[in-house]
Design a binder for this molecule. Structure first.
Ligand code: CGF
Length: 811
């Protein structure tokens, strides 16, 4: 990065002239943002070229992280922080009358992901570059990211997220590196010189064009690559031949169907919808990615047999599981390897992460659909299935039921998770409890057959984005106390523990929290018109809206508090601001109802003078990475209240603790490890354990009606959903009511209500002791180091990918 202020100014002004033909006075804010991005891009580019050169010269093993989602967040500020130039550039810009923050607002937030899974991929990219692991991403350059959420008349409305509208400053189109991906058609096979040759005929070809995004490390020279593939027509932009033949309309149709592949991100999280276009997207980016990896590998190597020594391909959930047959195809059909050699290389190269046990998220494709879209893939999957079933049979002779539950093709469906397990050398869960559930329940047969494949890699988050960048003043306090080592070695954060009872530091931490709360309160006022009390507890529940995440449990507690305050306005509670944000999948009715309920409730409570401002409820629209950067630093309480066993890990829980919020949560996902890290005194744990949940599911015995009849608080709030208490149509929330009573409350909201309410009372009591609370808060910050994605990524590198960090030296 340029460290000299004057040099920076000269280049910046020069960029304005060469890019837009304008001087500072005439240039728009967006022009200035683009010119600043160009300064940074140019600096990064030098290191980027050097990184690639050194990777190639040293022949170090490369990791490719395949993911359908990369939820990146804004890049400009992160580059300034990572490059250590933020203050210099801020001052330099100020001297020429430009406000850096205004420029930062120009950047759009690329929403190329739904939630945890996509954000995890982005954190991993950042950590790999920071730690120096030669790791690259491979995904899709969606024209439209996750929809923009608006709340209109209490309803979620989805608007297209046209994030590329003004161009994306950080991408580099590499047209010369495009590859072809083939769909449909037929496969002809014939024997040539003693081996089978497969030819693909009458297929539809699509051009996959990569757009590379540089991912720079922190204070180092590593710049890795995130390669996002764009689908384009193979035809010229205007096909004269077809125009002359009168077929131009057809060609136009072809182009639009091709364009569709990378047009939209499917807006579902933890839910699978078997759409043909989705399968097309999966094969499109996987085939393109693998082709480009092999092309690069072949520049340096003549034999494919060393592939797994030089390349690791990681698949983020089952979405890229088609990598297994596609790598087999490339190795056999293109490189001429035998089945056995290709299988050995494929399984040694590929590793897989499972992110959920929710049955509705498990991908399976109807055989007919799979076969007609991807005929060669089907042939290979069929053969894989035959072979693995034979080995299962040898291990479990006669146990048809078990083998049916492990077969890659069963009941006329292709099972992608099973394909991923058999075709990889490592299968990991994302938190200890999740991995245990995989091993003991969901994938127990596979675990029994391949015990060594299964391992745990607890998720992590990048503390540089979520603390250093999002909460710079807290970061500065920490650095003053323990030095700056924690930025590169996050485990060192535990040295901050010593300051937990230090009154001076406590006061500083409190001041920063209050300042962050004020900033959030200002945003809330601007967006919703509601004034919130910054001395109240900021209780924050932000994540996708999903029944298993139990926003409803939180809402019932709020309704009960409200009822009690109405009965007794002088009830002694610490004023609370309940803040929600999150998107519901457009077709997920109950989730959309949940948003509506929060919004309706907010309008009722926020204007009720009787309760003397003791409660406020806020729903913030359009939750995104950027909004998260405002919310996490301002939170006092982190709501992590999913039904135990359902949340594989969660990563928001880690962002909250890193910013000093205290968790109220169930023993689910990574909450279990957070609890272990901070100890009983610094977290509020309540509710059923995952074992108890499993027991209910297996042995029955849960009766929601009984709880409804025996707990007056529950009876009241449930009736309030349907008796006209809420200022909306009486029947509006009937489906929600029915899901909890008629359908016997699948996620045990009523069962956990009492325990949750008690934990909230305890929390309220503790918050009243200001210094005690801050002490808890500091414990949380100090123990957050193990939840850094630097730790996670090093575990992947050592135990799965078998690759090492590389120090990129000066050119
Ligand atoms: O992956 C999730 C998230 N919803 O994206 N799952 N998927 N699929 C899990 O539900 C989270 O618990 C997990 O933290 C995240 C990343 O592993």
């Amino acid at each position: 990065m340029l460290m000299d202020k004057d040099e920076f100014k000269t280049i910046f002004v020069n960029n304005l002239q060469t890019m837009f033909g304008k001087g500072i006075e005439e240039a728009s804010i967006n022009n200035k943002y683009m010119a600043l991005s160009r300064v940074i891009r140019d600096c990064i580019s030098k290191n980027w070229m050097e990184t690639n050169k050194q990777y190639s010269e040293t022949g170090v093993k490369q990791v490719y992280y395949f993911s359908m989602e990369f939820l990146l967040g804004k890049a400009l500020d992160m580059h300034l922080v990572n490059g250590g130039v933020k203050e210099i550039y801020r001052e330099a810009l100020e001297e020429i009358g430009i406000d850096l923050e205004e420029l930062e607002k120009q950047e759009s937030d690329p929403g190329l992901g739904n939630g945890g899974l996509g954000r995890l991929a982005a954190c991993f990219m950042e950590s790999m570059a920071a730690v120096g692991i030669p790791g690259h991403g491979c995904g899709i350059r969606y024209t439209y990211g996750l929809f923009e959420q608006k709340i209109v008349d209490h309803n979620q409305v989805e608007l297209p997220d046209n994030w590329l509208q003004d161009g994306y400053a950080w991408e580099f189109r590499k047209a010369d590196k495009a590859v072809e991906v083939k769909f449909g058609g037929t496969i002809k096979s014939n024997q040539q010189g003693g081996r089978w040759v497969f030819t693909h005929e009458n297929y539809e070809a699509v051009l996959a064009v990569p757009y590379d995004v540089p991912i720079a490390g922190y204070h180092n020279k590593t710049v890795n690559t995130l390669r996002l593939w764009n689908a384009e027509s193979l035809h010229d932009s205007f096909d004269f031949a077809s125009f002359n033949r009168g077929e131009y309309l057809e060609a136009k149709e072809y182009r639009s169907s091709v364009g569709l592949i990378s047009k939209i991100l499917y807006p579902q999280d933890n839910f699978y919808e078997g759409r043909l276009l989705r399968l097309k997207q999966q094969y499109f980016f996987v085939s393109a990615g693998l082709q480009s990896i092999i092309r690069r590998y072949k520049k340096k190597h003549t034999s494919m047999k060393q592939l797994s020594k030089k390349v690791a391909v990681h698949i983020n959930d089952t979405h890229p599981a088609i990598a297994v047959p596609e790598l087999m195809r490339l190795l056999m059909d293109q490189e001429g390897l035998s089945w056995d050699d290709a299988w050995k290389i494929t399984t040694e190269t590929i590793s897989y992460t499972n992110h959920t046990i929710m049955p509705e998220a498990l991908e399976t494709w109807p055989v007919e659909m799979f076969k007609s879209l991807l005929p060669r893939m089907y042939m290979i999957v069929h053969e894989i299935n035959e072979r693995v079933c034979r080995s299962f049979w040898d291990a479990y002779p006669g146990d048809w039921e078990r083998i049916r539950g492990m077969a890659v093709i069963a009941d006329n469906m292709v099972h992608m998770a099973r394909l991923a397990v058999v075709g990889s050398h490592s299968v990991n869960g994302v938190a200890q409890i999740h991995t245990d559930i995989l091993k003991e329940h969901i994938m127990s047969s596979f675990h029994n057959f391949y015990p060594k494949k299964f391992n745990n890699k607890t998720n992590g988050i990048t503390h540089r984005r979520w603390l250093l960048k999002a909460n710079p003043e807290l970061a500065a306090i920490i650095t003053d106390c323990i030095g700056a080592n924690w930025i590169t070695d996050p485990q060192n954060l535990d040295e901050f523990e010593r300051f937990a009872t230090d009154k001076v530091i406590q006061e500083k931490v409190q001041k920063v929290k209050h300042k962050n709360k004020k900033a959030l309160a200002k945003y809330i006022k601007e967006k919703t018109g509601v004034t919130v009390d910054t001395r109240s507890i900021f209780d924050v529940h932000i994540k996708r809206i999903h029944s298993y995440k139990r926003q409803i449990l939180n809402i019932f507690h709020i309704m009960d508090l409200y009822n009690r305050l109405k009965e007794n306005p002088s009830l002694s509670i610490t004023p609370r601001t309940f803040i929600f944000a999150g998107k519901a999948a457009p077709g997920y009715y109950i989730a959309k109802q949940t948003i509506k309920l929060i919004s309706v409730l907010a309008s009722l409570i926020n204007k009720d003078k009787d309760i003397k401002g003791k409660l406020k409820v806020i729903f913030l629209e359009n939750y995104s990475v950027s909004l998260g950067e405002l919310l996490f630093p301002a939170a006092d309480v982190s709501e992590q209240i999913s039904t135990a066993s359902k949340e594989a890990s969660g990563t928001g829980n880690m962002k909250f603790m890193l910013n000093g919020a205290v968790t109220i949560g169930t023993l689910d996902g990574a909450n279990v490890e957070i609890h272990e890290a901070v100890g009983d005194d610094n977290i509020f744990i309540f509710g059923l354990t995952s074992q108890q949940v499993f027991d209910y599911y297996i042995h029955g015995g849960y009766n929601a009606w009984q709880l409804y009849s025996s707990d007056i608080r529950l009876k009241t709030v449930l009736e309030q959903l349907v008796n006209g208490f809420l200022p909306y149509q009486k029947e509006e929330f009937r489906p929600l009511y029915n899901s909890l009573l008629a359908d016997n409350d699948e996620f045990f909201v009523l069962r956990d209500f009492d325990a949750y309410a008690k934990a909230q009372v305890e929390l309220d009591k503790r918050y009243k002791q200001k210094n005690k609370w801050t002490e808890m808060s500091i414990h949380n910050i100090a123990q957050a180091g193990i939840f850094s994605s630097d730790r996670t990524i090093c575990e992947y590198a050592n135990e799965i990918w078998h690759t090492k960090p590389v120090v990129i030296t000066k050119p």
